[in-house]
Design a protein around this ligand. Structure first.
Ligand SMILES: Nc1ncnc2c1ncn2[C@@H]1O[C@H](COP(=O)(O)OP(=O)(O)OP(=O)(O)O)[C@@H](O)[C@H]1O
Ligand SMILES: [Mg+2]
Length: 468
């Protein structure tokens, strides 16, 4: 009996040893597939995601206050995304007032235009929320090359309950069955008159249709249809209004056939932010991440951002992270200098290799500062560069146009703006001005002795601020 029991014990321990050995071999040769949590994994040396997929900070028990600040930085400044919440939305009170007045009092359709990163989408999101608060039906759509008039209009019509059609009584069974204006449309391609007829029947509500990224819809037919729709809706005092947004140095770039609808629209260029608004953007971020930006840091960010919320947001994010890296809770000028260096690397990746090559050549030929200042002008004036402004940059009266032509012919960086009555130029690639300007800022201000006074002195010297 004893021997028998011993036998079993031996058998168990033998098997265990054999399994251990097998496990070991297995580990060496075939990595285990890990699904979900795997606490045995030997990956302590690897960097970890700080938050969970549910946007919660991961609790490891070792989190310091600065870890928490770092975690909240991603929500405090979002340079790669538009602002969606009131909490983070800075300034723009006057812009919103103008938009609301035009939509509400004048019943105009709106065309909003401005450079990349000036804050169009953020503005539209807030405008949409304000309109929803006033019980408008709001439909936001982002256009692309593939956007078709019929598909877009059909989906908008589906968002409007039949309850708001003038010809249907509130008690009718179709309304009770949850039907929409979309159900009244025929199959197949839709024409502008069909859509205008339908939308002119909207009653007892107001509908705001927001078409963002309109410049990405290249189809002439699509743009023409939208222009005709605006004309028809205005003529019939429809309760559906359009807000169109896109990049474009002027309105005609955004909507051809503009003469026929000029009376019916508000064309509005989103202005650069004031320094006060940039400061508000930084203070909003401070409240979310828990860091404080000192006066010099704020002045430095405002000076380099020069009214661009995108640049301000990018620099604030990097500067905040630089402060956390040195375990400080106060963001200082040196952190902003550090941020400029980081931002240049990040922005460089967004420029095509051809433009990088050409700007490299131009800089090697001594045009770096002039191009940086032209870029800054372009950022300030919605991309439009006038010959007399170029005169100021190169400090040679009457020679600005020739200089811009040289930048076009020798380096392919600029080109004349199509149909511009004043003969303005613009940078051929839209990401280039931000890159050139930040790089100029880096070369002048991100060094050890960086000083915003230097920036002011440089700007005064070129008299650019006078026209700002
Ligand atoms: N009013 C604002 N308050 C705070 N941050 C803002 C504001 N407006 C814009 N931003 C920031 O600026 C950046 C650019 O904003 P947004 O995406 O709205 O610009 P855009 O004009 O739509 O750009 P694009 O032409 O590339 O679509 C984002 O990082 C956003 O967070
Ligand atoms: Mg946008």
């Amino acid at each position: 009996m004893k021997g028998y029991r011993m036998g079993w014990q031996n058998w168990f321990s033998l098997r265990k040893k054999r399994f251990d050995a097998l496990d070991q071999d297995h580990e060496d040769v075939v990595p285990r597939l890990s699904i979900g949590r795997n606490r045995d994994r030997q990956d302590d040396k690897l960097p970890k995601f700080q938050g969970t997929a549910g946007d919660q900070i991961r609790s490891t028990g070792k989190r310091t206050a600065l870890d928490r600040v770092r975690f909240h930085m991603r929500n405090a400044f979002t340079p790669s995304q538009p602002v969606l919440s009131h909490r983070m939305f800075a300034g723009r009170t006057e812009v919103l007032k103008t938009l609301i007045r035009s939509i509400e009092d004048q019943r105009l359709h709106v065309v909003l235009y401005g450079d990349r990163g000036i804050g169009k989408t953020s503005l539209l999101h807030i405008l949409a929320q304000l309109a929803r608060d006033a019980r408008y039906i709001v439909r936001y759509a982002s256009c692309g090359e593939e956007t078709h008039f019929s598909d877009l209009m059909r989906s908008i019509a589906r968002d409007i309950p039949l309850l708001y059609h003038a010809d249907y009584a509130p008690t009718s069974s179709e309304i009770e069955n949850g039907r929409s204006l979309g159900d009244l449309l025929p199959e197949g391609t839709l024409t502008v008159p069909q859509i205008s007829d339908l939308f002119s029947k909207v009653s007892n509500t107001r509908v705001l249709v927001i078409l963002d990224e309109f410049d990405r819809a290249h189809s002439m037919a699509f743009r023409r249809s939208i222009a005709e729709l605006i004309k028809n809706l205005s003529d019939r005092s429809s309760r559906l209004q359009l807000v169109i947004a896109g990049v474009g140095a002027n309105l005609t770039e955004l909507i051809e056939h503009i003469p026929s609808i000029r009376r019916n629209i508000l064309g509005y260029q989103v202005p650069n932010m004031s320094n006060g608004e940039i400061e508000e953007l930084i203070h909003n971020g401070e409240k979310i991440c828990g860091l404080t930006f000192d006066r010099e840091a704020i002045a430095f960010i405002s000076a380099v951002a020069y009214g661009s919320p995108y640049i301000a947001s990018l620099l604030s994010q990097h500067a905040g992270l630089a402060a956390v890296d040195r375990e400080a809770s106060m963001v200082e000028k040196r952190d902003v200098a550090d941020a400029i260096n980081h931002s240049v690397d990040e922005i460089r990746h967004r420029v095509s290799s051809l433009s990088l090559f050409q700007t490299g050549r131009a800089k090697a030929d001594g045009h770096g500062t002039n191009l940086g200042l032209l870029a800054r002008l372009a950022l300030h004036y919605g991309g439009r560069l006038m010959p007399h402004q170029a005169d100021e940059v190169i400090r040679k009266p009457g020679q600005g146009l020739a200089y811009m032509q040289k930048m076009q012919q020798d380096y392919g960086l600029l080109e004349p703006l199509a149909d511009d009555p004043a003969g303005a130029y613009h940078f051929k690639e839209e990401g280039v001005p931000v890159y050139l300007w930040i790089e100029l800022a880096q070369s002048h201000f991100a060094g050890e002795k960086s000083n915003t006074k230097l920036l002011d002195a440089l700007l005064d010297k070129y008299a650019v601020a006078q026209n700002a």
